[in-house]
Design a protein around this ligand. Structure first.
Ligand code: PLP
Length: 232
């Protein structure tokens, strides 16, 4: 079975990268990014033991999540509009990965408070400084840090990034290293432990693991090429 073979290969590549980096085996969570793929494909991964899945669109996630066994966990990895925060929180994601502004963080905290929950989130950082991109700038996250960490209904678990695609996987290394360094500086500032670094995709996840990723988000290398280029 294609998907199961791919999964085995990716798990082996993660283990090898952990070992190269002198990191303990099992320190990286493989998030299978199932966007655009049908539940039937996701079930192949499930039957191979995969339980952690990522979707980038809320609507699509809301259709698939109820169709999958209840012991799956789901991350929302795509951009979240403020008017969809309530729906996203009600959907029960284990982690909302792409909180990309103070304004969005404030909305998530406020609505989580109304719902009586604590939202587990990552902050998205624009580490390569592209003007067009989502995310906190590294300077901006420092400016906003006291406000962010005081938000009462957020559990900020760490940082995530989506560096600009590069031909060579090594091209992403500086961005991954920058995210790790930034997390270290924020830990020093306190008061959060920030255990998670979500970085690395199909093309470059071994490099991300070498640079300290704790979550890698791998889609096409597991499920195959996506049919809809606009959902890359
Ligand atoms: C689609 C997507 C991925 C996975 O991309 P692949 O190159 O298919 O592995 C990872 N992260 C985010 C935020 C995505 O939207």
């Amino acid at each position: 079975m294609y998907i199961q073979d791919q999964l085995q290969e990716i798990r082996a590549a993660i283990a090898a990268a952990e070992q190269r980096a002198g990191r303990p085996a099992g320190s990286v969570q493989l998030l299978a990014v199932s966007k655009t793929f049908p539940v039937q494909d996701i079930m192949h991964a499930y039957h191979d033991g995969q339980r952690d899945f990522g979707e980038n669109r809320l609507q699509e996630a809301m259709e698939k999540m109820p169709a999958m066994p209840a012991d799956c966990t789901w991350h929302l990895i795509g951009p979240l509009q403020r008017n969809k925060v309530r729906k996203a929180l009600e959907q029960g994601f284990a982690l909302i990965e792409a909180v990309d502004s103070l304004r969005l963080a404030e909305t998530v905290s406020r609505i989580a408070g109304e719902l009586g929950v604590t939202a587990r989130i990552l902050l998205e950082v624009n580490v390569d400084g592209e003007q067009s991109k989502h995310g906190f700038t590294p300077e901006g996250i420092f400016t906003d840090w006291d406000t962010l960490t005081a938000l009462p209904h957020l559990d900020i678990r760490g940082l995530m990034c989506i560096p600009a695609p590069t031909e060579d996987p090594e091209g992403a290394r500086p961005a991954f290293r920058a995210l790790r360094t930034l997390a270290g500086r924020l830990r020093e500032r306190g008061p959060l432990p920030l255990p998670e670094l979500s970085m690395g995709m199909s093309h470059d996840f071994p490099v991300a693991v070498e640079e300290g990723a704790t979550i890698v988000r791998v889609g096409s290398a597991i499920f195959g090429r996506r049919a809809y280029p606009n959902q890359q």
